[in-house]
Design a protein around this ligand. Structure first.
Ligand code: NAD
Length: 470
């Protein structure tokens, strides 16, 4: 697949000539290319978004919500085709990609549309009329690991709120964003309401984050780049929303059924090859049950045989590229050096497949809560088991990282599980395997981010609030 930039309702060439080649991580073959955009491209996109803003903001919320819902319908109609594109650039196993990647993108749009329909755009407060208005032009900068969902989580809310957007997709996985732009084109949003630029972070991302005509930057990616976004946005005092990294803990309490909690945690750790910001990468278990937890974790991990992501039986695809694979294996080596016990997996690339950036799933035990593998985001299928002695110690370990994105608590006693969940300094906590809810707030405490995405919480990020005193 090859495509240009989508600016002002049309496919347009970049002012630059360089292109970015996208590789299939399972085969190492090229699957497409996009322009490495320039700061002039960003300028053109921002101006298109600015010109479109007034008209779009004046369109009623009902009308906007209808268009966003139609976009969800269009993605649903093209779900298989978009899933195939996504699998070819990210390597997520197809069966998982259909619901956890593309399905999630559709949920984002439906929830944003529903939230906009019910939102309190205007309300009376004593002698005041409170009015909520779109903030303006939004720059959205997104990563490669959920290349549809991370865009739809932003644009569903921004477009429903009446903002216009310039999206800078990840240069690692930009093809899914092209499929999205084609769907937006087919649905018939007014020109300039949605614009898509491609290219590298330090050029295109920085130009967007510092652009004086951008009112808000919504960024998803690493904490390192998130800090840079804050700096770039500071001179023009832009609003900034950040969805950053995580090191989430699954806290298995001493009365929990380990035969349910442990395989569930392994699944939540390895989803999308562990390349999920909310991956449950630390499993905290009572010391008295460590041996049982280790056995269950190793046998659950054995079901994640790295293989061809287009095969419906595959649960673990490749890492997205060679540098991500090498980063993951570097952490496995680091874990061994730091004295953690490797229960399963290896610090060498997986040899089961002739090509591709595969690693074997890893489970470590006896992990020191302060070790690098327990503190830093690895972004691969690497689970650390950490033993604790008391419930208070488990809570302290769970909270003792720079992150605060997600987590889980397991107990035979729901009230106890909820009590512990309330003490975790993180946003989304699964209690006894509670299901994902696209309308619930998603985002970070501490250095996991600023702001929330999802349903009405996501919508609220993109509005200004004014009051008329009557
Ligand atoms: P990344 O931070 O390297 O890149 C994210 C985006 O920012 C890309 O589009 C990139 O081109 C751009 N970028 C890079 N440098 C930039 C700069 N100097 N200025 C502006 N833009 C720049 O992240 P990644 O490797 O693509 O994705 C993985 C990271 O994303 C992980 O840390 C993961 O935890 C995080 N993530 C967070 C969430 C969340 O919701 N909290 C969700 C998914 C991923």
């Amino acid at each position: 697949m090859t495509a240009d930039l989508y600016l002002d309702g049309a496919w347009t060439s970049s002012t630059g000539t360089e292109r970015v080649t996208v590789l299939n991580p399972a085969t190492e073959e090229p699957v497409g290319d996009v322009p490495a955009g320039t700061s002039e491209d960003v300028d053109r996109a921002v101006h298109a978004a600015r010109r479109a803003f007034e008209g779009w903001a004046e369109t009623g919320p009902g009308e906007r919500a209808k268009l966003v819902a139609r976009l969800a319908d269009e993605l649903e109609r093209r779900q298989d085709e978009i899933t195939d594109i996504l699998v070819s650039e990210v390597g997520t196993p197809r069966r998982v990609a259909r619901w956890a990647q593309v399905g999630l993108g559709i949920v984002d749009l439906r929830e944003a549309s529903a939230a906009a329909t019910e939102f309190a755009w205007e309300e009376k407060l004593r002698n005041s009329l409170i009015i909520r208005e779109p903030i303006g032009v939004v720059g959205a900068i997104t990563p490669w690991n959920y290349p549809l969902h991370q865009i739809t989580a932003k644009i569903g809310a921004a477009l429903s709120a009446g903002c216009t957007v310039v999206v800078k997709a990840s240069e690692v996985a930009p093809l899914t964003a092209i499929a999205l732009a084609r769907s937006i084109d087919a649905v018939g949003f007014p020109p300039g309401v949605f614009n898509l630029v491609h290219g590298y972070g330090p050029v295109v991302g920085e130009a967007l984050a510092r652009h004086p005509d951008v009112d808000m930057v919504s960024f998803t990616g690493s904490t390192v780049v998130g800090r840079r976004i804050l700096e770039l946005a500071a001179p023009t005092v832009k609003r900034v929303a950040l969805e950053l990294g995580g090191k989430s803990a699954s806290v298995v309490l001493d009365d929990a059924d380990l035969s349910v909690a442990v395989p569930h945690t392994v699944r939540a750790s390895y989803l999308n090859g562990g390349q999920s910001c909310n991956a449950q990468t630390r499993m905290l278990v009572p010391r008295s049950k460590l041996a049982e937890a280790e056995e269950l974790a190793a046998s659950a991990a054995a079901k994640y045989v790295p293989g061809d992501p287009t095969d419906d039986g595959t649960r673990l695809g490749p890492m997205v590229n060679a540098s991500q694979r090498d980063r993951v294996l570097g952490y496995v080596r680091q874990g061994i050096e730091d004295g953690a016990r490797l229960l399963t997996g290896s610090a060498e690339p997986s040899k089961r497949n002739p090509r591709g950036y595969f690693v074997e799933p890893v489970v470590f035990s006896d992990v020191d809560p302060q070790a690098r593998i327990a503190q830093e985001e690895i972004f691969g299928p690497v689970l650390s088991i950490i033993a604790y002695d008391t419930e208070a110690e488990a809570v302290a370990i769970a909270n003792d990282t720079q992150y605060g994105l997600a987590g889980a608590v397991w107990s035979a006693d729901d009230e106890r599980a909820q009590r512990v969940a309330r003490r975790l300094r993180a946003t989304q906590i699964e209690v006894n395997g509670g299901k994902f809810n696209g309308a619930a707030p998603f985002g970070g405490y501490k250095q996991s981010g600023l702001g929330r995405e999802g349903g009405a919480f996501g919508l609220a990020e993109f509005v200004e609030i004014k009051s008329l005193q009557l």
